[in-house]
Design a protein around this ligand. Sequence first.
Ligand SMILES: *[C@@H]1O[C@H](CO)[C@@H](O)[C@H](O)[C@H]1NC(C)=O
Length: 399
Amino acid sequence: MWLFRFVVAQVLLACIAMALPADVGRSSSTTTVSLVKQFGYPIEEHEVQTSDGYILTMHRIPYSKHTGYTGKRPVIFLMHGLLCSSSDWVLSGPDNGLAFILSDLGYDIWMGNARGNTYSRRHASKTPLLQPFWNFEWHDIGIYDLPAMLDNVLYQTGQDQLQYIGHSQGTTSFFVLNSMIPRFKSRIRSAHLLAPVAWMGNAESPLAKVAGPLFGQPNALVELFGSAEFLPSSKAMELMGSLLCRDEAISQVICSNVLFMLGGWDSPYLNTTLIPEIMATTPAGCSINQMFHYLQEYNSGDFRQFDYGSVRNKKEYGNKNPPDYDVEGIDVPIYLYYSDNDYFASLIDVDTLRRTMSPSSLKRSYRMPEVKWNHLDFLWGLNVKEILYNTVIDDIVSA
Ligand SMILES: *[C@@H]1O[C@H](CO)[C@@H](O)[C@H](O)[C@H]1NC(C)=O
């Protein structure tokens, strides 16, 4: 019973926190633009409006400071994960940040930002201070945000195709996009998916284990109250941190960040030099429904659309169960990179994904030999370039 009250309290706190601005308690000077400028690279901001009214910011590094402008370049689009933003790809600097590394290699780098995060909190008619703004989840990122951003990038660059890199929820929304809107298959030359999350029935995340059975049910709560922003207050985070984490200075700091509580804090690879930057830029905001949908997947073991309960499902989908995402039908060259110690993308679930994908579209599945590599190390692990990105780059070049 205490567990139930605890989790309910968390959600209520998150709802209260919805009334606070996004950057409470965070140094507002650390942004994708300031980080990229700090390292001497050119940076552009581009706004795009989705067909349902959300105004998103994309960040672009058009060329490298080492090469200067060299004319039209092949395009790479980078999409962040849950509670994250375009900052993920640059905060570790030119030697380790994937955006910089690819820019130095001659690519035109575009970084997306999903609705609700630090850079995409505007709407043509809704305000993020009120609940209706937050009625979305990652299905909507896949069917509205990605199409708007990818179309805009191709239009602005005059290119026919781009290459896609996603991390975590940036892979989930990729599967949603391609199973719902097949026209993108001719626009995406290849997709490189880091820590791919589709099926989640075997996730190891302690938070999923605690909250899954309660909040992974078909969603009565959402029916009653609608969604809200997921942004637990710092007090609540401290409490969770001290409950869930060992009492060592550095891990306590990490644990007070919801991102680490979700993604795991026990990696020997985390580059601790980056912690201040990570704390300054995450959590970047998401809606509670994004969490609920993942928890439903954890509970049901299915990769399918949001479960509203049988009555509303009938209305929405014409069936009492939500429809599955058609992963078999996806016809884009896909490269998967995954690891043994990933709380979100467990080996069993990634195997289900690999078995379900059409063999002709699965170009490579790379299981990392580093057994302790975790969900966040794909972004911020020590020596991530040598350990992982060089492999990804070889695949991008040969795709
Ligand atoms: C850790 O991060 C710092 C700051 O970006 C960087 O200078 C350093 O090279 C990184 N260390 C490793 C081993 O990746």
